[in-house]
Design a protein around this ligand. Structure first.
Ligand code: FAD
Length: 384
């Protein structure tokens, strides 16, 4: 299949997600943002349609789809609400880490409830002192019999406090990436607690909290793979996560562009519709062109990840940077086209701008994406 033409199945998957977004997410997105409501029932309805374990094996309830299918789904979902789509994306990333690196027992233990979203998952890498330099993380997991004892703090964790499953990167030995392991921590484990829900610019329909470990005892049986490969697992998860978050930017921006087109045809100034002004037509043309270019790169990166080509990580980083920068710029242009009304909450455009802004920061900042690409060109920079 060429990444530039979709199969009938892919069109059907995309249309299904698009319909779900229009019927179940879009009508409530503004209220969820205002009320900071995390719509768990609606996410479970998405999971019932196969979106809780998109690229998870079907033996544990997953949909067994490809990364390109996932990109189509997340772009479509985001036309309804980028924040909810992005949380579903993080949940899928965690489920995949368990699917790919977990034992058969761990897969059977955790994945069926994750695929239905009866259980929600959070990805715990960032710490107060370790963001872009994630391998500097300090949360400790010290072996004590058949348990690890975890101490430390994770910062900015999406879904924290509500999620049932925490996929935690913790230090089991020496400094650096080789001393990190991935451990699954269940919500009710004694010694696990959460910070306050952060007040944020956007992404208000999902909670963001610190995750705190104090003498938190977790069975060794909850470690994914052998000790010392946790950083590799975390980065492998992010390859796909970055595609998904890029797709969320495309969907949010496409929604903003579509509304701008409709608005520009209706809104009158100087005796004609503003869509009649060539300056505005050129802006709309550029928005559509930039989005299409970003989408093409994203699909290419998704196809590379599906084919497991050696350049897949680099392409995912390229696509994340381009899609999230483009998505934000397009949404911001859409706000401008709406004039003063774009700045009002009622029109829904300023929410998209606020939601898409953080996609340039998380799952690796767009500077970190450039570092990943540059490493392949000129080697590692000093200190990186
Ligand atoms: C709403 C929200 C949700 C999040 N959800 C999660 C989550 O679920 N799980 C999780 O683990 N994390 C999550 N994060 C954390 C996010 O991944 C980090 O914020 C991000 O990786 C950046 O880390 P930092 O904030 O510590 O910034 P820093 O690493 O301190 O970076 C500050 C600035 O310096 C730049 N910089 C750093 N190093 C370099 C360099 N070598 N060269 C050039 N520029 C550089 C960065 O690009 C950035 O602009 C979330 C963040 C937010 C805001």
């Amino acid at each position: 299949m060429s990444p530039f033409s979709l199969t009938e199945d892919q069109i059907a998957i995309r249309d299904m997600a698009q319909d779900f977004a229009a019927e179940t997410l879009a009508p409530h997105a503004a209220r969820w943002d205002e009320e900071k409501h995390f719509p768990i029932e609606e996410m479970r309805a998405a999971a019932a349609l196969g979106m809780g374990g998109i690229y998870i094996g079907d033996d544990v309830g997953g949909s067994g789809l490809t990364r390109l299918d996932a990109a189509l789904i997340f772009e479509a979902l985001s036309t309804g609400c980028p924040t909810v789509a992005a949380y579903i994306s993080i949940h899928n990333m965690c489920a995949w880490m368990i699917d790919r690196y977990g034992s058969q027992e761990q897969r059977q233990q955790f994945l069926p409830k994750l695929c239905t979203m009866e259980h929600l998952a959070s990805y715990c890498l960032t710490e107060p002192g370790a963001g872009s330099d994630a391998a500097a993380l300090k949360t400790k997991a010290v072996l004590d019999g058949d348990h690890y004892v975890l101490d430390g703090q994770k910062q900015f964790i999406s879904g924290a406090g509500v999620s049932d499953i925490y996929v935690v990167m913790a230090r089991t030995s020496e400094a650096g990436p080789g001393g990190i392991s991935t451990i699954v921590v269940e919500k009710d484990t004694p010694g696990l607690s959460f910070g306050a829900n952060e007040k944020k610019m956007g992404w208000n329909a999902q909670p963001t909290r610190a995750v705190i470990f104090e003498n938190c005892r977790v069975p060794v049986a909850n470690r994914l793979g052998p000790e010392g490969i946790g950083f590799k697992i975390a980065m492998a998860g992010l390859d796909g996560g970055r595609l998904n978050i890029g797709a969320c930017s495309l969907g949010g921006a496409q929604g903003a562009l579509d509304r701008s087109l409709a608005y520009a045809k209706e809104r009158k100034a100087f005796g004609s519709a503003i869509a009649d002004f060539q300056a505005l037509q050129f802006k709309l043309a550029d928005m559509a062109t930039e989005l299409e270019a970003a989408r093409s790169l994203l699909w290419r990166a998704a196809a590379a990840l599906d084919a497991k080509t050696p350049d897949a990580t680099k392409l995912c980083a390229m696509a994340k940077r381009v899609a999230t920068d483009t998505g934000f710029e397009v949404a911001n242009h859409a706000l401008q086209i709406h004039g003063g009304y774009g700045y009002l909450a009622d029109y829904g455009i300023e929410k998209i701008v606020r939601d898409l802004r953080v996609h340039q920061i998380l799952e690796g900042t767009n500077e970190v994406m450039r570092m990943i690409v540059a490493r392949g060109l000129v080697g590692r920079a000093k200190g990186n």
